[in-house]
Design a binder for this molecule. Sequence first.
Ligand code: ROI
Length: 163
Amino acid sequence: MIQAYVGLGSNLNDPVQQVQVALAALSDLPETRCVRHSSLYRSAPLGQADQPDYINAVAMLDTRLSARQLLTELQAMERIHGRVRGAERWGPRTLDLDILLYGDMQLESEELTVPHPRLAERSFVLYPLCEIAPDLEIPGLGSVQQLMAACRARDTLSCEVLA
Ligand code: ROI
């Protein structure tokens, strides 16, 4: 059994609902249990500025799927939610599911890099991650607390828990 963390993001077609439905669907993945998930966060868009705010969250999973199997399952979920991958890099999306961490695995390959390569720069990942796993050590990067403090010090984009 491996503990994996998945980041969720949406800024189209009722993003709150997109993220809530996806959080529920994570528990239905084979050989997988959603142990806990963060609050929903509203965050200003990173990348293209002329797009709606995002709703972001992070889920902690216990899974017997391999990292690649999990990736395949998450990509299938994204397709069901209407995302066309590669259509608009940095542009708006109905549902984005990223493997942030897969146990203590460090992997860099064409299809999958864990820890997620941009995790340390993104408050919309670190805030919810820190909420559900404040003592987490990120392989190769340090503690989530340190990463979050560094991110907060230089961050200009807003990221707030949804009331
Ligand atoms: N910006 C925010 N705030 N949240 C996201 O989930 C997100 N996802 C993306 C890009 C376009 C980089 N910007 C984002 O893929």
